[in-house]
Design a protein around this ligand. Structure first.
Ligand SMILES: [Zn+2]
Length: 478
């Protein structure tokens, strides 16, 4: 035990030493006032790191959200419970001005039936079931399903070129993640149009449904849901489902053996009337300029799969832990830090849009930081707002070195804070290791067991440091 404590002390002093040299670099004259302030910053960082890694609070909060609330798609009972949970959690940690900001949200429900089975008799594949789930926003199939031949394609271009061959078919979009790319989000970005727009393209080509390979590089039998879109209310609509990667590979092989095999797809999902809901807001009020605000946020809603542990329970907890650390350690920045648990990022963005559209007289938003990439090891931040902001923020990077989160890159943002960016607010995003996120994303895999306690804590620490530094120091031009 003692040896462990000794190591901890050494590493904290290493932080102080590393950061002191930076403080001198910032202030070539080394004036006593500046040196004192810089030392305070380093001491602040050391205290935040120690409390964040020692308290176990971040993981306890996420465990509670995942196990007591569970998944929480907009409009659901789970989402309503999540709003109550977030408000109480903020109140219990002593945040100021805790409140709900009401919005209306879409209400799509999955329903009990999700099924894709090879039909016919006598074929080796007859009766083979595939693991599928409806994509968010899809219409249902007729009660006895849609039974049709399947056309496999890997791009919208290939579908267009298929011409009449697509008519009356279930269009099977089977382009996998490009595993030659390093970044998980780039792999996702290269494939996700199939999920988002597959139903539209299938319908335009004369198809009767869309079946989309799950958005993951992992080979398993778990389908991943996510948002899909229709052209407009006047256009014809076809149902759309995701199939597991194992199911997609099985189907592709079966189609090579028998191109005429038929699938029966049954879905019972539907869109109901909009429902009242809310963003949940709490603050650490600034000591000198309370009307200048740094927004930090994640999204409280999740898909109706798993527990939304990484997406975006972890992002919410990163923000809650950040303001908890700042409150607990009695750090009071000059400007206000406002934690916002946004509702409805996944299938509507009504929370982010509603927050940005609300009138807040006399108030100025200095910056907005989002965490929505999972509870993995933090690496740094994407920093928006232009070169001057980046230059100012990059000077703080050494304060993040001891937790290995000092990689700052120009350009940042997040879904929920996007509408604030459109109003000129500099946007920041917490960057985390991206290799494993899409193993979990939007699926039954996304449960608390997949989130590592210390990695989650480190993300909360990084958010605390960045939000405090911006709130206390301001940003150039803001
Ligand atoms: Zn998310």
């Amino acid at each position: 035990m003692r040896a462990v404590v000794a190591v901890a002390v050494v590493s904290v002093s290493a932080v102080v030493v590393a950061c002191s040299s930076v403080a001198r670099a910032e202030d070539p004259n080394g004036s006593p006032a500046t040196t004192k302030k810089a030392e305070t910053r380093e001491a602040m960082a050391a205290r935040v790191i120690k409390e964040g890694l020692g308290s176990g609070r971040a993981h306890a909060m996420l465990t509670e959200l995942c196990t007591k609330v569970g998944h929480r798609l907009s409009g659901s009972k789970g989402a309503e419970n999540a709003v109550a949970w977030a408000k109480k959690t903020m109140e219990d940690m002593g945040l100021e001005n805790v409140r709900l900001e009401p919005i209306m949200v879409p209400h799509w429900v999955r329903g009990p039936v999700e099924e894709a089975v090879v039909t016919g008799s006598g074929l080796p594949a007859a009766g083979h079931p595939l693991k599928v789930c409806a994509l968010g926003g899809s219409i249902k199939t007729p009660e006895d399903g849609i039974t049709a031949e399947v056309l496999e394609v890997h791009s919208f271009d290939e579908l267009r070129k298929a011409g009449d061959k697509a008519r009356g078919k279930i269009i099977f979009f089977n382009r996998p993640f490009d595993k030659t790319l390093f970044d998980g989000f780039r792999m996702y970005g290269g494939a996700v149009e199939q999920r988002a727009n597959g139903a539209m393209e299938a319908e335009k080509a004369g198809g009767v449904a869309a079946l989309v390979r799950s958005m993951t590089a992992r080979r398993d039998d778990v389908p991943h849901t996510g948002a899909m879109y229709y052209r407009d209310s006047a256009a014809k609509r076809v149902p759309s489902a995701a199939v597991s990667t194992i199911g997609a590979e099985w189907l592709s092989a079966a189609l090579k053996e028998n191109p005429n095999l038929k699938l029966r797809l049954k879905l019972s999902c539907e869109t109901l009337a909009d429902v009242p809901s809310a963003n949940v807001v709490g603050e650490v009020v600034g000591s000198e300029r309370p009307n200048e605000v740094v927004v930090i946020g994640g999204h409280l809603d999740s898909w109706d799969k798993g527990q939304g542990a990484h997406d975006d329970g972890s992002g919410c907890v990163h923000c809650l832990e950040a303001v908890r650390l700042i409150t607990e350690l009695k750090l009071r920045p000059k400007r206000t830090i406002r934690a916002v648990m946004f509702m409805n990022e996944e299938n509507g963005l009504r929370g982010g849009e509603g927050y940005a559209a609300a009138s807040r007289p006399g108030e100025k938003t200095i910056a907005a930081i989002e965490s929505d990439a999972g509870g993995f090891m933090p690496r740094g931040f994407g920093v928006g707002g232009g070169p001057a902001v980046y230059k100012a923020v990059a000077k703080w990077a050494p304060l993040f070195t001891s937790i290995d989160a000092d990689r700052f890159k120009e350009g940042g943002g997040g879904g929920d804070i996007g509408p604030l960016g459109a109003k000129g607010v500099p946007l920041f995003g917490l960057a985390v290791h991206s290799q494993r996120y899409f193993d979990f994303h939007h699926s039954d895999n996304d449960v608390i067991d997949g989130v590592h306690e210390r990695e989650l804590e480190l993300g909360g620490i990084a958010m605390a440091l960045m939000s405090y530094l911006i709130a206390d120091n301001g940003l150039p031009g803001r």
